[in-house]
Design a protein around this ligand. Sequence first.
Ligand SMILES: [Zn+2]
Length: 522
Amino acid sequence: MLWADKIASDIRSTRKPRDGKTFLIRDEKTLSGRVHVGSMRGVAVHGLISELLSEYDIPNEYRYELNDFDPFDSIPGYLDTEKFREYLGKPLYMVPSPEAGFKNYAEYFGDEFVSVHKKAGFTPNYYRATEMYQSGKMDACMKTALERASDVRRILKEVSGSEKDVSWLPVSVVCENCGKIMTTRAYDYDGETIGYSCDRNPDEAKSCGHSGRVAPWKGAAKLFWKVEWAAKWVVQGVDIEGGGKDHSTKGGSRDVANHICREVFDTEPPYDIPYEFFLVGGKKMSSSKGRGSSAKDMGDLFPSELFRLVLIGKDIREQIDVDPQGESVPRLYDWYDELAEEVRAGAADDRTRLYALCALPKERAALSAPWEMRFREVAFIVQMAHLLLAEEAARVKGSALTSDEKQKLDERARYAKFWLSAYAPEEFKYELQDVLPAVELTDTQKNALAVLAEFLKSREHTGEELHAKLHEMKTSVPIAPKELFQVIYRIFLNRDSGPKAGWFLAGLPRDFVLTRLEEALQ
Ligand SMILES: [Zn+2]
């Protein structure tokens, strides 16, 4: 059984919605800049559980928070530091958008992130953190947290070992003078207002020195985030919410939030789904800031169903690791094609189930798995100006392509071209050499090329026939396969490795091949 089916069936058999009607599934992301693809794992885990509950006809809502109330705590490298420095420490919704056309910084980055959710086929109901606060919905929990601040401090100490001063309150006030939230210290809650002073200077955020008292309601202050996490569950009645591994350790933020939820808000925390990291080229979120690591960059690399495979294909206890600049991309296409093969073979197992889940729910009932040419082959052929992709594909398939297959082929070609131009490693880039590259041939290689030339002179051959001939030459010449293939790639592509040689040669004009062989033999 796939991980998602296990979880969905566990929820079905052990849980009831808090409101007696609809399971509420929630996830969130703080929009502090371009979103790393790691955050897409949460989007997909929650989204898929929502889809599966719906499959069982279990009413559920998937709600996603675009967190625009957390502080702007660092300036991403791709933005103008001078322009943004003055906003450090302000809530994200008070930071201007890097580009015109968006209400603020959080909306700008949120818009891009939401477009990636859509690409992967997930469409939760979105809301903003500021809506929760400014509407007053968070006020009751904030009041409780302030009244029971000593319990919050005790839990922080017991669960995570974090000691807070006895005057510490679990809120951050938005300074009435400078608008910053990261620079303030709150103390002395009198039941209606709290005292605060704007005198902290964390990182590069500069405080203004103002101090005063403020009623913390309706967005004038924000809960400390581990308390806030629990408060969001309570206020909305969240039934199901997972979290990444970084939050899920003992004594970690989830653990603290669970304790606060139970002990301060007297509520059971939601059903947890802890999931592993999404690495990019072996690196974690914090250390992978390069091209290819954002949700948008990763989404751009794949058609929707492949992107879903990336996100949901691995068990949540396993890491996902994709390196756009390595072999991961063709390997993922191979994986998808293997699943499709199972579907065409009429199997019904975890692999065909996974293939179905890569499609959108509405497409699952009438699912077919059209034949597709391997991504590696597509990526090779699109680099060979003289080859027609559709013709080559029909040749490999052994019959004409259906319109579905043709459409898939065109799509795959577009993604292959993009990958080749943006990320692909050198070994996937081929350039047919117009003139014979400088090459030193051994006598054995010369013999082999002469035999090959003779064979080709007689008539046209298929890839299969050429493949058989090349293998037969291992004993007839004789020549080691490596020595033979190397010389073929060398004289045509000026490199030591390449695509399957038989089909490669069959795809080239015969005159061209013969001329090149003769030149090499001189
Ligand atoms: Zn201030």
